[in-house]
Design a protein around this ligand. Structure first.
Ligand code: SF4
Length: 269
């Protein structure tokens, strides 16, 4: 369930980023929000009495995803499409990140084969994706399509999605709160599709999925595991547009991934 204190703090930060200085006349945003947070944090007498008899609280543990999906796999395409549609509708009406809700044209859910063996995971929609409602359709997306085709696959063979379903203004990186807010949707999509392989495009996608704070230059080309799925991390296509020399590295990573998938480049027509 969403944490009201986290949401209050996030709402405050979003309003401040949007340039709002006060919520009411003479009442600074920080004070007003702090008062709300303090009120939310103030324990009731019953809670205080319970706490007196409880062991001292410990720090909340870091989020650790389950080792494997906990629900049975959906067998038919119709079941998977229907399940994805439920999440798609939730995303389309999602109010969790106030700044993103105020600035997005539309949400960008994901596209492709609901039984794909391979998912490509990016960071967040950009301007073109925000306008069209589909991930990876701008210049970086066209380069991703070329990479997929060089792998002798088609966009329709794979599933393409982002960590965030809404465009951050000016393409800034997602905040930790926004990524946490959207995590449930991402996990829901992956639980339905159940790809055998995920290719994380760029440092943000790798960090958000795996929880690893390792530079992408070190992480790329190595296999990681997420809930039983094999994960290859590589550079984001937008990075390749700025650094064409890195295309060679990405191709090496793709060849490694294809070998692991049992796809032989020479023999597949
Ligand atoms: S980024 Fe995700 S959690 Fe945030 S408003 Fe959009 S859909 Fe909701």
């Amino acid at each position: 369930m969403a944490d009201p204190r986290r949401i209050a703090r996030q709402r405050l930060e979003s309003l401040q980023r949007a340039g709002v200085k006060s919520l009411k006349k003479g009442k600074p945003v920080a004070k007003a929000a702090s008062a709300k947070v303090a009120a939310a944090e103030k324990p009731s007498p019953a809670t205080t009495a319970r706490q007196a008899n409880s062991p001292a609280p410990t720090a909340a543990p870091a989020y650790v995803p389950p080792a494997a999906p906990t629900s049975p796999a959906l067998k038919t395409k119709a079941e998977r499409e229907a399940a994805l549609d439920v999440i798609r509708r939730q995303v389309a009406a999602c109010p969790r990140c106030p700044e993103l809700c105020a600035t997005r044209k539309q949400t960008v859910f994901g596209v492709g084969n609901s039984k794909a063996r391979l998912c490509f995971l990016g960071e967040a929609p950009g301007a073109d994706e925000d306008a069209q409602g589909e991930p990876f359709v701008g210049r970086a997306g066209q380069l991703l399509t070329k990479i997929i085709e060089a792998c002798t696959l088609k966009r329709e063979d794979v599933y393409i999605l982002n960590v965030l379903k809404c465009r951050p203004p000016n393409n800034r990186p997602p905040t930790p709160e926004e990524s946490a807010n959207c995590r449930e949707y991402l996990e829901g999509q992956l639980d339905i599709i159940r790809p055998e392989f995920i290719c994380c495009l760029g440092a943000t996608a790798a960090k958000q999925l795996l929880g690893l704070d390792i530079p992408i230059s070190k992480l790329r080309g190595t296999f990681q595991t997420y809930r039983g799925m094999r994960v290859m991390c590589t550079y984001h296509p937008a990075y390749l547009l700025r650094n064409p020399d890195a295309k060679r590295d990405v191709w090496e990573d793709m060849k490694k991934l294809l070998r692991e998938m049992g796809i032989e480049l020479d023999k597949k027509g």
